[in-house]
Design a protein around this ligand. Structure first.
Ligand SMILES: NC(=O)c1ccc[n+]([C@@H]2O[C@H](COP(=O)([O-])OP(=O)(O)OC[C@H]3O[C@@H](n4cnc5c(N)ncnc54)[C@H](O)[C@@H]3O)[C@@H](O)[C@H]2O)c1
Length: 380
């Protein structure tokens, strides 16, 4: 619990160095609502690069560390040490890094996946649950779009009835327009082809996890069992690049998930549809300010972020309807809610993804690997 609610939270960063993909997104998201100040970090495994980058973004040299253990140790001993650490390193390192900070009672913001594999996920989940002094949030950022939350609320209020089907797809194209071969794979795909770094499955750990989380987040349903077919479309390299998964939800609803990183021209194709006894909802990431509501009877309704027909979404919007908001804003919603939950002991409900949701995604991915190998239904 943070004592001085008027002060910004001291934030430390692990990963997200100069050339990283997601680093600047986290930094911008943390600054959106003036709730955090970035005061410490380790931005690379190379000490020189880490310090050079840290200093370039305004961190004092003595708080640019050589490794995460040193950072956790030294920051926990300072009076003005970090309250929160943001972890944005590749997947298989999330668990070990998070644990070092949990041991020092430092709150965690982690990028997905929850952990690299199921063994890591179990350990991390146990560790989080065993320390009542810390809070944990997972940046499944798509769940923080205003119209995704509007959808979640409509489902909770029973506006589409009892959920019967969920259909979600998240497809990308990692080829960059090239044919990936053994020659160019390292340049094009970097650590994503290394199982020791990407974890259980490249496609499922990198984007399938978002799709599964989104399906369960909006529908409020828990996955019960799955049948997965993980096939490699590209024959030239060894990497899970495509997965089709049938899902049985605990309430009897059925689900279908398709995720691919080699869907040519599939530029951030994230789409979710939830069908209930009274109608359906559809949200597409490329047009995030709108939610399509198809009642079983009557005209289709297009709900707009921040508008009078989507009241709940106003809680997560920063600018007026009609003006576009997007990816950075949704990411910032997670940072904003987490700051509020650290500073306030109220019973207020927060909508950010936590360790329970993270552990569910890890169990899902593990079940998919087993199912695909054994060609049978597997319990999650
Ligand atoms: N939520 C999202 O929308 C989203 C989008 C992209 C990536 N991600 C996730 O973010 C994570 C990072 O992905 P990326 O694409 O930015 O990777 P990246 O390779 O572009 O960047 C990784 C950064 O971490 C640093 N790093 C690696 N190991 C480190 C360590 N032990 N200590 C300190 N720094 C270290 C590297 O130097 C680099 O700067 C992954 O888990 C990925 O799944 C999430």
């Amino acid at each position: 619990m943070i004592k001085n609610k008027d002060k910004k939270l001291n934030l430390g960063i692990v990963g997200g160095g100069a050339k990283s993909w997601i680093g600047h997104v986290h930094r911008i998201a943390s600054r959106f609502d003036d709730q955090y100040q970035i005061v410490a970090g380790v931005f690379s495994r190379d000490t020189k690069l880490s310090i050079k980058f840290g200093v370039s973004i305004g961190i004092s040299k003595d708080r640019c560390y050589s490794n995460f253990k040193e950072m956790a140790d030294k920051e926990s001993k300072r009076n003005d040490g970090i309250n929160v650490v943001s972890i944005m390193t590749p997947p298989a390192s999330h668990q070990i890094i998070a644990e070092a900070f949990i041991d020092k009672n430092i709150n965690i913001i982690s990028d997905k996946p929850f952990a690299g594999n199921i063994e890591q996920a179990k350990k991390l989940y146990k560790k989080i649950k065993s320390n009542k002094k810390i809070k944990y949030v997972l940046t499944h950022n798509y769940s923080a779009y205003p119209m995704v939350r509007e959808a979640k609320m409509l489902v909770e209020k029973g506006k589409i009835g009892k959920i019967e089907y969920v259909n979600v797809e998240y497809v990308q194209d990692w080829s960059g327009g090239n044919t990936i071969t053994t020659k160019n794979m390292k340049k094009e795909l970097k650590w994503k082809i290394d199982k020791n770094i990407v974890g259980t499955s490249a496609v499922l750990n990198e984007i399938g996890t978002h799709a599964y989380h989104l399906a369960t987040y909006i529908s409020g349903l828990k996955g019960k069992s799955i049948f997965a077919d993980i096939k490699q479309i590209s024959k030239k390299i060894k990497m899970d690049d495509n997965a089709q998964v049938m899902i049985n939800f605990a309430n009897g609803a059925k689900g279908m998930l398709w995720t691919s990183v080699m869907a040519r021209g599939g530029v951030y194709g994230l789409r979710v549809r939830v069908f209930g006894t009274k109608g359906s909802l559809e949200w597409v990431q490329n047009d995030p300010g709108y939610l399509r509501h198809n009642p079983a009877k009557g005209a289709v309704r297009l709900l707009e972020r921040g508008f009078h027909n989507a009241e709940f979404s106003k809680n997560f919007s920063r600018i007026k309807f009609g003006h576009p908001e997007g990816y950075l804003d949704a990411f910032a919603n997670i940072y904003k809610e987490f700051a509020s939950s650290l500073k306030n002991k109220t019973k207020k409900r927060y909508f950010y993804p936590n360790e329970d949701e993270g552990f569910e995604t890890a169990k899902f991915i593990n079940a998919c690997k087993i199912s695909s190998k054994q060609k049978k239904w597997v319990k999650i």
